[in-house]
Design a protein around this ligand. Sequence first.
Ligand code: ADP
Ligand code: ZN
Length: 434
Amino acid sequence: MIWNPECECMSTAARQAMQFARLKNLVEHVYNTVPFYRQKLDAAGISPADITCLADIAKLPFTTKADLRETYPYGLLAVPQAEIVEVHMSSGTTGTPVVDAYTAKDLDDWAEGMARTLNGAGACKNDTIQNAYGYGLFTGGMGVHHGARKMGASIIPISSGNTQKQLMLMRDFKSNLFACTPSYALYMAEQAKEMGIDVKSFSLRAGCFGAEPWSENMRKQIEEAWGIKAYDIYGLTEITGPGVGFECEAQNGMHINEDMWYPEIIDPDTGEPLPDGEKGELVFTTITKEGTPLIRYRTRDITFIIPEACTCGRTTRRIHRLYGRTDDMLIIRGVNVFPSQIEHALIEIQGVEPNYLIVVDRNQVTHLDEAELQVEVNPEQFSDETKEMEALRSNITNVLKSKLGIMMRVKLVEPKSIERSTGKAKRVIDNRKL
Ligand code: ADP
Ligand code: ZN
């Protein structure tokens, strides 16, 4: 059963008419209430009256993370501050935090997006949902919380960490679903195995995992280790938090809740809009948001919109699993590479785990970039035989070279030696002083 068929299954024409009406309303509103937007539109020579159809959105200037930082903390408020009921900030993966301030209606939209997300993973009112995303300023914890609350499910607000207790509560409260970062899901499974706990005997059916890039291989590992279905979920603080996009039972791309958050794909270099099916940077306009609305916000996340209709009956467009973001793209000796591509390349190699760390440095003498990939060998494969380890190492080096065109020093490390995270995993250490 689909959570909100009226909004999720409407015809494209009806949805576009609704999106246009909301867009027009938004542009008029922010032009009249937020000096930041008035100046931006004036500078671009655009007035709200120039928005005469949905495609006119391309006339509007972009909003960037730098804009959000410059207007910290409340420069983008489009309502009196008394209307704000909750604030969140991004986890700051890439620098100074940015703020999202919610009115009661914004919280309800967020809860709606998350209820659809949980529903996409098969959850319903009768379920117990264990929320192992961090609670606090980070949107993961509260986002899942608001959504589960709207759904009427039982929430276990344990937050991230405390793995032993996570496992105990999963068993004792018969949790049906859980939510956390994919890396923490794998780590928990690893810990359970060490403690001799059979997680497959639990009542879990599914998990919602997001907040960081992961791969199909990781999905397989999580599904096998837990005996569940693992769903990819997407969101970002600036737009609302988790709940912006989610996978349905087809597990083939994430439906965007585009009646609230309107997506575009642009060429990151030229800013030109790209048609559905073409890969580029994801941009959102928050067409229903009241507190801190964003016009054409550049997420820096790389994906494409899947043009085909989904088999599940929802008509909202889907985005492909994220490739990474423009700002975590490494340029190693001129070759562009995302950590997720490296992870993907590792899939085909028997004997290694998707636990890895990329250390980038610049040689002080040659001034060339040098990258080292540390990869964990799986316990079954790990051996004291130098010959075997050497063969594995050179295999990885060759795959990286042939598939991605990059030369990396590969260092095999012992099982479980790369630091685990209960939140977002850190995949890159960049020691270059540029
Ligand atoms: P920060 O930018 O500080 O990490 P957030 O906690 O709001 O702030 O994280 C949002 C970002 O997390 C997204 O822009 C995206 O890069 C990443 N992200 C979220 N969900 C996913 C997902 N399912 N797959 C890949 N990356 C994701
Ligand atoms: Zn679907």
